[in-house]
Design a protein around this ligand. Structure first.
Ligand code: FAD
Length: 553
């Protein structure tokens, strides 16, 4: 396939930009245009050649169109390309006031100062970051660590691919009759193995035919039974979302022997977010998957052991040695202390068309960060609880119209009266009852929804710019023993939230400590937590001193 394109658009600076981007010429096809209209011609030509644009760069001063409108039109043709303004220094400040607000609304990805000399690594650092993000989330990986051979779209192949990609292993799937597929199958034939789909090759390992995601996890990362049966580790962290990963980095770096047990791939809910924009230190945002991979690599540097694909089924107190026993189907692990970081699972709508557009107009769980992108749009909020009501009110500050959709005949049973009153007085918010979103789609971004009237069964299509799903979330807590106190919804109680009856000597447990000695809880699983990446990772870091004091009182 042809190299992806970097399209440099400027009436006055396109030659300068071409020279400046020369360092990317080996891996990307550099093209220029002098106006917004010419850029569209180039885009159409690139698409006709079977290639795509990875990055648009413009100087914010196009002769024929407002720069943000130009991005809007280019985005319609290539929704996945990253978009950058490289402002010439003489216009940088003047343009900034007008163009920077577009960043907050997600109209483009970065506002940079055009390089003023050679080796402007600050500028190129930002460009490389955007290209790397494009490469890991959009493009087919050029460098593959995992080759899967399978007929297209089988559920097991898809599940394995999702697992390996979320674990940071670039993966490509080839049909059995392709040359790449045949190469793997020939190698498999030499081992005498039976051919069941998929057959796969992971870098540095023999070809094999896994029958489950866990097979792959075991092949690549091993199982908890690999730990010496007599070993009692200082700390076992259950769950490798942001909270568990932060606890792993700090536990490992503070010298604790640390093991992480994760039921799926690393990253938790954050790992499913295409772009986290509000995490400290990433001004251009970062995909949750990449954030998680970086954290895992950081923890591994400090000696932390990860076992992914192994769900903890039970936590017991070991009677003889006084330590804890974590049970998985791949072996038990003994631990002096345990951090519970198993998070929550947002209830899904269960509609593939919509779930495929999460991060592209569809938002689960929180409306705060995506609200600005709803400026002047028509958005739908699904859910009848207080979180849905608050989200609708917040969204109405940005969107032209907000429609709350619920299956019930009203909000009274599920939402606080003060919110119902506020919604009734808000001219931008409408409530539609007895209806259900059943499908949705769009080109690279959500554009329409199919809504069914639950009384008549009639389905009608409507155009929307955003969908916010606030269907509630269930904590991952079934595996916890009754000795770990929880609230009515199953979230783990810690510190002063623990009922006084369970305090010892009239004192509540420490801040992140549960009712079971040596067991702590952090992140979304904890009752009263903020449900954000930063708060989860903050709690993961803060729990480590408490673990230290538990281990050496
Ligand atoms: C689509 C989406 C987008 C989001 N975007 C943002 C955003 O932009 N900014 C922001 O601040 N927040 C965002 N959030 C919220 C944020 O991701 C969560 O608050 C955060 O991930 C919570 O981290 P956690 O580690 O506590 O739990 P989780 O992320 O839920 O991780 C828990 C982990 O524990 C594992 N686990 C569960 N049970 C077991 C078991 N028995 N044994 C072993 N492992 C187990 C799970 O597989 C999971 O990997 C988003 C959430 C979603 C769903």
């Amino acid at each position: 396939m042809a190299d992806p394109v970097i399209l440099l658009v400027s009436a006055e600076h396109s030659e300068f930009l071409l020279d400046e981007f020369g360092r990317y010429a080996r891996d990307y096809d550099l093209r220029t245009a002098h106006s917004a209209a010419e850029a569209i011609e180039v885009i159409l030509q690139v698409k006709a050649e079977g290639s795509t644009v990875a990055l648009f760069v413009q100087d914010g001063q196009l002769p024929d169109e407002h720069p943000l409108m130009a991005f809007h039109h280019w985005r319609k043709k290539v929704p996945t390309a990253r978009r950058v303004i490289a402002a010439p220094w003489e216009h940088f400040l003047a343009q900034a006031a007008e163009l920077r607000p577009g960043l907050a609304k997600g109209k483009y990805d970065a506002y940079l100062l055009m390089p003023r000399g050679v080796r402007d690594e600050e500028f190129h650092g930002a460009i490389t970051e955007l290209l790397s993000d494009w490469g890991s989330t959009v493009a087919m990986p050029e460098v593959e660590s995992v080759r899967i051979v399978s007929p297209p779209n089988t559920p097991l192949t898809n599940a394995i691919r999702e697992f390996t990609e979320r674990m940071g292993m670039p993966t490509r799937v080839y049909p059995p009759e392709s040359p790449e597929g045949r190469e793997v199958l020939d190698e498999h034939a030499q081992t005498g193995g039976e051919v069941t789909w998929p057959v796969m090759r992971t870098i540095g390992r023999p070809v094999y035919a896994p029958t489950s995601v866990r097979d792959v996890a075991t092949q690549v990362y091993g199982a908890p039974s690999d730990i010496d049966v007599d070993e009692v580790v200082d700390l076992v962290i259950v769950g490798a979302g942001p909270a568990g990963l932060a606890a792993a980095v700090y536990g490992g770096s503070e010298g604790l022997s640390t093991v992480v047990l994760e039921a799926e791939a690393i990253g938790g809910q954050a790992g499913t977010s295409s772009m986290i924009r509000n995490y400290l230190g990433f001004p251009r945002g970062i995909s949750g998957m990449r954030l998680a991979q970086r954290a895992r690599n950081q923890a591994i540097r400090f000696g932390v052991q990860f076992y992914t694909g192994w769900e903890v089924d039970a936590l017991d107190r070991c009677h003889d040695g006084g330590h804890h026993l974590l049970r998985t189907q791949g072996g038990d692990v003994h631990a002096r202390s345990v951090v519970v970081a198993t998070g929550v699972a947002y209830r899904k709508l269960g509609c593939d068309g919509i779930d495929d557009l999460v991060g592209m107009g569809v938002t689960y769980g929180s409306a705060m960060s995506a609200a600005r992108e709803s400026q002047d749009g028509d958005v739908v909020v699904v859910g009848g609880g207080n979180s849905a009501g608050q989200a609708a009110i917040h969204l109405s500050r940005f969107a032209r119209s907000v429609t709350i959709m619920v299956r019930r005949p009203g909000l009274e049973e599920t939402m606080s009266q003060y919110l119902i009153n506020e919604i009734a007085f808000n001219p931008r918010i409408t409530v539609e009852t007895c209806c259900q979103v059943v499908d949705g789609g769009g080109e690279g971004r959500l554009e329409w929804l199919d809504v069914r009237d639950v009384t008549t069964g009639e389905v009608a299509r409507r155009e929307v710019t955003g969908l916010f799903l606030l269907l509630g979330a269930d904590p991952h807590c079934d595996w916890l023993p009754s000795g770990v106190a929880r609230d009515a919804h199953g979230f783990v109680l810690t510190g002063r939230d623990v009922p006084p009856a369970s305090w010892s000597d009239g004192r509540p447990p420490a801040n992140l400590a549960t009712t079971m000695p040596g067991v702590f809880a952090v992140g979304d699983i904890r009752a009263g937590s903020m449900k954000r990446v930063a708060s989860a990772s903050g709690e993961g870091a803060s729990v480590v001193p408490l673990v230290h004091s538990w281990l050496s009182p």
